[in-house]
Design a protein around this ligand. Structure first.
Ligand code: GCU
Length: 735
């Protein structure tokens, strides 16, 4: 614990060591760069004029209070200043010199309450903060002020980010508050420590040793989340295990919640719908059964005894074989409301997922969630939210936004993104998801005319939702670098930053992440930011261009499998591409499934019309002839070849660009990225070759002159088998 003391006392080596211990930061920084420190590296500012400015502007920290969150914020600021300024910054009781940083709440600090910030603070809510360069007496100071301690912590991270990115402190004036209340990570972690669709090692949660042994990494995890404003974590897989709700596991959950609490992070759990039967000994899980309802009420009371600030439940019901209310002839609303009622006395919420697809194969799977949920709008309890994936299919490299956004004005919708890149090359392929998130959040739903963006649906401003939320399926595991690759860290970061403010640009987020994570060297920024911003489009191009979707191999979803047939039709590739000798694409216009009609006018008409549909969604909505002309002037077949080849070429350009940074980035991280780009180049070509050779059996057209020849015949790709390990489905590609 750091106590207030004299300037001289605060400079003691012991005090620095304490700050280091608190943050496990300084020790980490002595080790080789392996990515563990994420974007919170706090290395010495390399720009000498900025360093001079910072040293003059930040000479001491004046910060009182002993709440757990204030202690965390203070330790963070001290460690950050020490690292970035290369000098220990003393903790002082009062302002004794120019250049103090004064941080706190009006309630906790007389200095702050005397500043006249009440009106501004009145606009920033529970989590927001104000940072200002002001004078106290005659002395210039920097103030971090907030209504609550958690806002002070968020403000502390913001100020440190400014230093990390070499921003000027001149005339500093920041007022910031999150647009969305619940900003969550959803872990698809199982109790045996496997992670569904996880590509970064095992689950962080060591259930076996909890609650007795509490790993320091839990704290580092919470700190990283708090640094981007994430304030909730759903610990477990949506394909839930009822054991989680038994007393031994609740004690383990409570131990994690205790670690996370100072960082403003609440814990949520996934609820298995038939838990009353599996662990409660009841004969039914019918939501109308009074015994079942009582069971959930008691279970909720028990959870809140263990975790008083428990956030609530996430539920996947009647989807992919999970139990749910429809097993008893009840609706999703019946199920969700029963859980809502159980949580109401404690202030908890239910996030009921709209990712449903039933046992009967529908004409068009992408229509199902809308058809099931829109009729239920307005029938959910006040504390029930519906959690909707960004697109109507399943986290594809590109999908149109989900038509439920805008279509449920009386039910708050939670956005669900997937940060773990199940369908975008998993750990190895470099795909920065900022542009994907931005594309969805900025998309126009036209629910109330122009300006009705998806972002405004989920931030509540469009329909006046009282509760708001956004969730990202986490990409975090026990790998030393947390996320399986260095660049996958950027997706965690970008999710958090956009969850805070969805109007931000992916390009700005990439810029600050590069500066914080790699370097402020202009050459590194000028090379890495564009590389990141183009990377997702490269993946779209070599995997599923022009609105194609779900062409991944069955099960692991890593490599190409456009030929996948058999089993459940809507889990096959042929169901989605509809290729035949005439053309390719899923007709979702009136002559087909009419899914386009689920969107609002004028988008609906634009998507349904071959003349106006954007190329990016062409084959999502239309079956198009192989020789039809595209906007580019090329035929569809030539365009497909062009796009998939362009995807491979982009990866080669990424390799080239990265290589130019040798010597400008520490060798361990440089080399890891370099090696992954080699794999990505091979696999981009694998995707291109397999897709084109397969679709050529339908188009029966030659590749345009000058096209790079496929490395192998189609049979080679069709026979390629990936290892059984679903978490590392590296296929043996021999070139
Ligand atoms: C995808 C994913 C599954 C997951 C499901 C879901 O289909 O492949 O592993 O369970 O989404 O979101 O529920």
């Amino acid at each position: 614990m750091i106590r207030l003391g004299s300037a001289a006392g605060a400079r003691s080596p012991r005090r620095l060591a304490t700050a280091c211990l608190l943050l496990s930061l300084c020790t980490a920084s002595l080790k080789a760069d392996d990515g563990y420190d994420l974007w919170l590296r706090y290395r010495l500012v390399t720009d000498s004029s900025r360093l001079r400015e910072y040293r003059a502007s930040i000479t001491a920290l004046v910060m009182r209070g002993e709440s757990p969150t204030i202690r965390v914020a203070r330790a963070e600021l001290l460690a950050g200043f020490t690292g970035l300024l290369g000098a220990e910054i003393p903790l002082e009781r009062d302002i004794t010199r120019d250049g103090a940083v004064v941080a706190g709440t009006p309630a906790g600090s007389a200095l702050i309450s005397a500043l006249g910030l009440a009106a501004t603070l009145g606009t920033v809510g529970d989590d927001g903060f104000v940072i200002r360069a002001v004078r106290i007496g005659a002395r210039p100071v920097i103030v971090i002020a907030a209504n609550h301690d958690i806002g002070v912590l968020y403000g502390a991270f913001h100020l440190l980010r400014l230093l990390q990115t070499h921003a000027s402190l001149d005339g500093l004036s920041v007022t910031s508050s999150p647009r969305i209340q619940r900003r969550l990570l959803d872990h698809w972690d199982n109790l045996d420590r496997t992670v569904e669709r996880g590509y970064a090692g095992a689950s962080l949660w060591d259930w076996e040793s909890l609650p007795r042994s509490v790993a320091s990494r839990y704290r580092d995890y919470a700190r990283a989340n708090a640094s981007v404003g994430i304030n909730g974590t759903v610990l477990t897989n949506v394909n839930a295990n009822a054991m989680l709700l038994t007393p031994p596991y609740l004690a383990k959950v409570a131990a994690l919640a205790n670690v996370f609490r100072p960082f403003g992070i609440r814990v949520y759990l996934t609820a298995r719908f038939n838990a009353p039967m599996e662990i409660g000994g009841l004969a039914s899980a019918d939501p109308r059964d009074p015994g079942v309802r009582r069971w959930w009420k008691r279970k909720s009371d028990e959870i809140y005894r263990a975790v008083p600030d428990f956030g609530g439940f996430v539920v996947k019901a009647n989807s992919e074989g999970q139990p749910g209310p429809q097993d008893y002839g009840r609706t999703h609303a019946d199920g969700a409301n029963m859980l809502g009622d159980a949580l109401t006395p404690h202030g908890g919420i239910v996030m009921w997922r709209a990712f449903v697809y039933s046992n009967e194969v529908p004409v068009d799977r992408v229509k199902q969630a809308y058809e099931e949920f829109v009729p239920l709008d307005g029938t959910f309890r006040d504390n029930v939210m519906i959690q909707v994936k960004n697109g109507p299919l399943d986290f594809q490299p590109r999908e149109p936004f989900h038509p439920l956004f805008g279509a449920m004005p009386r039910t708050p919708l939670v956005m669900e993104f997937q940060i773990t890149k199940e369908y975008l090359g998993q750990d190895t392929h470099l795909a920065f998801l900022g542009p994907l998130f931005e594309e969805v959040l900025h998309a126009e739903t036209y629910a109330h005319g122009a300006g009705s963006t998806v972002g405004r649906v989920i931030d509540g401003s469009l329909h006046g939702y009282r509760r708001t939320g956004i969730a990202g399926v986490a990409n975090i595991g026990t790998d030393r670098n947390w996320t399986g690759s260095q660049f996958n860290q950027a997706n965690w970061y970008a999710f958090g930053r956009l969850a805070w403010d969805h109007t931000q640009r992916a390009s700005d987020i990439a810029n600050e992440w590069v500066r914080m994570t790699f370097s402020n060297d202009p050459a590194v920024i000028a090379t890495t930011v564009p590389l990141m911003l183009h990377s997702r489009e490269a993946v779209v191009n070599y995997m599923t261009p022009l609105g194609l979707a779900h062409q991944m191999a069955r099960g692991h979803h890593y490599g190409p499998g456009p030929w996948v047939t058999g089993g459940r039709a809507d889990q096959t590739s042929v169901y989605y591409h509809h290729a035949d000798t005439l053309g390719i694409g899923f007709d979702r216009t009136r002559t087909g499934s009419n899914a386009a009609a689920q969107y609002f006018s004028p988008l609906r008409e634009a998507l349904a019309d071959r003349a106006t549909v954007p190329d990016a969604y062409l084959l999502w909505f239309h079956h198009v002839g192989w020789l039809e002309r595209m906007r580019s002037g090329r035929t569809l077949w030539d365009e497909l070849v062009f796009r998939q080849t362009a995807g491979v070429d982009s990866v080669r350009a990424m390799q080239h660009a990265w290589q130019s940074l040798e010597g400008k980035i520490d060798s361990a991280r440089f080399d890891e990225v370099r090696r992954f780009l080699v794999i990505q180049e091979h696999e981009a070509k694998w995707w291109r070759d397999a897709m084109l050779l397969y679709f050529q059996t339908f188009s029966r057209l030659p590749f345009p002159a000058g096209t790079e020849a496929p490395a192998h015949p189609l049979s080679f790709y069709r026979e390629l088998r990936c290892p059984a390990d679903a978490r590392r489905p590296r296929c043996e590609l021999v070139y």
